[in-house]
Design a protein around this ligand. Structure first.
Ligand code: DLL
Length: 439
């Protein structure tokens, strides 16, 4: 697509003109941004180049909560045609809205993303992202329809039925959270089916952090190409960025709709390309909910080098983790994806795990709950206290210490005991407050 091969000057010219329109809209139509701008002594004309964006205020999840439900909308409710929201597990849910035009743009962005992943008009796409308030299901759905793809709105859950439909309908593509797609593979294996024998050639996976090791497992299990898709409801939903099937080397950002920055989350200053920091997005075309410098809490880096596929759009790295999920043990910072990378290389384990944060006296510590595979379980005579099991625990502790630099407790679980995900996997269970309350 032409827009994906513009020169940097052309991209920036387009972004600047769209940013101007967005700034005028938020200044005129939302009390929230007008007040923020006035406090900083700026107005839309203060931004004369893309370098000036650092003068603009940030927007945070808390701002969404403070203006729950519709306080950040820049158009009257009669122009809103769709509302989505987050699950609200960590507070009041985040509510987002779309005009007709926003939905059209979003569909086009996701259509472009599906093509980038290797999708074609003649495909059937098995869409196992959850339908509902979550943007995953409907986001992929409208994009796939925009491509002319036959879209199966199966949503998450009811895994045996998903397997029947995969066998009967023979989709070429599948999408869902990586953890749920893994769950489908496991169920197929339990049923005596080989996931490698399905018709599926590509998978579009995202909505949660996942590692290169998880990619290898999914690609081998299903014999497919696994493509990473990124997005967040506050900015739009899935499709903000996606890998290309040609290179699978960084996620191409839809730069005609979103302006990306990377900052140091402590100093809030920009960091150079290639260096990790917090990803910040500004929407450039949204009508209902234009957002300025949203602090995603997601850690990654960007590059503006042309990709092997020929696209010139800026690419972001795989998200390493969310600031909220960062585990800090005795001054060492670790993301669950770092722990995942180690666990997924241990051949005696299945790729399911949970990280429990607990208090040992006054110290925070980490307990890794992992699950052994059936072969190992049978080999050790189903005795989780025997010498081989103890040796395995020590090996995992050692590997985690070498790679993540933290000491953890390891709890081996018998097969089929760690909860399987139907959508976004819950990796971290924080038991520290509970322990304090109970003590
Ligand atoms: O998860 C939108 C989405 C749906 C993206 C389907 C991709 C596919 P939220 O529920 O608002 O929206 O959650 C957004 O999920 O800030 C990241 O922390 C995380 N996330 C999303 N995609 C990825 C990814 C959707 N590919 C939050 N890798 C984001 C890592 C991701 N984390």
């Amino acid at each position: 697509m032409e827009i994906e091969t513009l020169t940097r000057t052309q991209v920036e010219k387009l972004q600047m003109s769209r940013l101007r329109t967005t700034l005028k809209s938020v200044y005129l139509n939302t009390n929230f941004y007008r007040t923020k701008f006035e406090k900083l002594g700026i107005n839309p004309d203060s931004i004369q180049s893309l370098h000036d964006v650092t003068k603009l205020p940030f927007t945070t999840k808390q701002d969404f909560r403070n203006h729950y439900p519709f306080g950040l909308f820049a158009v009257p409710m009669e122009d809103i045609v769709r509302i989505h929201g987050s699950s609200g597990t960590s507070g009041k849910s985040t509510v987002v809205g779309y005009t007709k035009n926003d939905i059209k743009n979003w569909s086009k962005i996701v259509a472009r993303a599906i093509i980038s992943a290797g999708g074609r008009k003649s495909d059937i796409l098995h869409n196992a992202f959850g339908y509902g308030l979550f943007t995953g299901g409907l986001g992929l759905h409208f994009g796939a329809e925009e491509c002319g793809i036959s879209t199966l709105p199966i949503s998450g859950g009811n895994t045996e039925r998903q397997i029947t439909l995969i066998q009967d309908f023979k989709p070429r593509g599948i999408c869902g959270t990586p953890s749920y797609i893994l769950n489908i593979a496991e169920k197929m294996e339990e049923m005596g089916l080989d996931p490698r024998n399905t018709s599926i050639e590509y998978g579009i996976f995202g909505a949660e952090p996942w590692s290169e090791e998880m990619r290898v497992i999914l690609e081998q299990k299903f014999s497919l190409k696994a493509i990473d898709i990124y997005g967040l409801s506050e900015i739009m939903g899935p499709g903000v960025a996606i890998e290309c099937h040609e290179a699978q080397d960084g996620l191409h950002i839809a730069e005609d709709h979103f302006l990306v920055e990377v900052i140091d989350p402590d100093t809030l200053h920009p960091v150079p390309d290639g260096k990790d920091g917090e990803l910040i997005f500004t929407s450039l075309t949204k009508e209902a909910l234009p957002i300025i410098r949203y602090r995603t809490g997601d850690i990654g880096s960007i590059t503006r080098e042309t990709c092997r596929c020929g696209r010139t759009t800026a690419r972001m790295s795989r998200v390493k983790g969310r600031l909220d999920d960062m585990i800090i043990i005795r001054g060492v910072n670790v993301f669950p994806s770092g722990i995942e990378r180690v666990l997924l290389q241990v051949s005696e384990l299945v790729p399911y795990y949970q990280i429990h944060l607990v208090k040992k006296g006054i110290m925070d510590s980490v307990e890794l709950h992992v699950e052994v595979n059936r072969e190992f379980y049978n080999r050790i005579g189903q005795d989780m206290n025997n010498a081989q099991a103890t040796q395995l625990k020590r090996k995992i502790q050692h590997d985690i210490k070498s790679f993540c630099l933290i000491t953890v407790g390891v709890i081996l679980n018998i097969p089929n005991t760690i909860p399987r995900s139907q959508g976004k996997a819950i990796r971290i269970i924080d038991l520290r407050k509970k322990q304090i309350l109970n003590s």
